[in-house]
Design a protein around this ligand. Structure first.
Ligand code: GTB
Length: 215
C-alpha cells in the first residue's frame, strides 16, 4: 500500500531539514519503505481538506490505505512498530526506546521549540536577550542530563532506535546556536545520526523540494 506524507511546499527552513516531515522521512528511510509526498502551501494546511486529516492544520501527516495519522511522534512510532529496524525486539528494551521517544518530544523538544519561537516572535522586545538566556539555560539543563546519560555510548540505549531518531531530530533544531557543541558527546551523537545513509536520503529528498521550488 502506498504511503503518502505531507510536507511544506515552501518550507521556511529553506531546505535545512528542520520541519517535522524530516523525522518521518528519516524513519521511512530507516525501515526501507518508499513514500510519496503531498506538498502543501501555508494556505492549504488550514483548509477543510487538510484539517480533516490534521485537526491543527499542520504538517506532517501520514496516509496508508485506510489509516490516516497526524503528530510526527505518533507517525514515527507507527512506522517503528510496523517495520523492523527502529525498535528492539526485546520487550524491555523496546519500552526503554519508547521512553526515549517521549523524552525527546516531551522533555527536550519543548525548551528547544520555545527558543525557536522566541527568536521569531520576540526578537524586537526590550527583554529579548534576557529571555533568550533564560530559555538557553533551560535547554542546557536538559542537555547536561542527556549528555551525562549518553556518556561515551553511540546511542541512548543499545542499538540505534526511534528514540535516537527523534532525539537527534530535536537536537538538530539547535544547529548554529553552539549549544550542542558545549557537550562534545552530544555533538558527536548528532553527527553520527547525520552520517546514517537513511538520514542522508531523507535530507536530500526534502532539500530537493526546496531546490525545485527555488527554480
Ligand atoms: N506536534 C506536531 C507534530 O509533531 O507533528 C507539530 C507539527 C508542527 O509544528 N508542524 C509545523 C506546522 O505545520 C511544521 S514543523 N506549522 C504550521 C502551523 O502551525 O500553522 C515546525 C517547523 C516549522 C518551521 C521550521 N523552520 O523554519 O525552521 C522548523 C520547524
Amino acid at each position: 500500500m502506498t504511503i503518502t506524507i505531507t510536507a511544506f511546499e515552501h518550507s521556511p527552513d529553506r531546505g535545512r531539514g528542520l520541519a517535522r516531515d524530516m523525522r518521518v522521512r528519516w524513519a521511512l528511510e530507516e525501515v526501507g519503505q518508499p513514500y510519496d509526498v503531498r506538498l502543501l502551501s501555508f494556505k492549504a494546511i488550514k483548509e477543510p481538506e487538510h484539517l480533516a486529516i490534521q485537526p491543527f492544520g499542520q504538517i506532517p501527516t501520514y496516509e496508508e490505505g485506510d489509516l490516516v495519522l497526524f503528530e510526527s511522534g505518533a507517525i514515527v512510532f507507527h512506522i517503528a512498530t510496523c517495520h523492523a529496524g527502529l525498535l528492539p525486539p526485546d520487550e524491555n528494551a523496546k519500552a526503554r526506546a519508547i521512553a526515549w521517544m517521549f523524552a525527546a518530544l516531551n522533555t527536550v523538544e519543548p525548551p528547544v521549540f520555545d527558543r525557536s519561537l522566541a527568536m521569531i516572535l520576540e526578537r524586537d522586545e526590550p527583554w529579548y536577550e534576557k529571555r533568550l538566556h533564560a530559555l538557553e539555560d533551560g535547554i542546557r539543563k536538559q542537555l547536561g542530563s542527556l549528555s551525562s546519560r549518553l556518556g561515551d555510548a553511540d546511542w541512548l540505549d543499545g542499538e540505534f532506535s526511534a528514540g535516537d531518531l527523534l532525539m537527534i531530530s530535536v537536537l538538530l533544531r539547535l544547529k548554529g546556536s553552539g549549544i550542542v557543541e558545549e557537550y562534545p558527546n552530544l555533538s558527536a551523537y548528532v553527527a553520527r545520526g547525520e552520517m546514517r545513509s537513511a538520514y542522508k536520503r531523507a535530507f536530500a529528498a526534502q532539500l530537493a523540494v526546496f531546490i525545485a521550488a527555488s527554480n
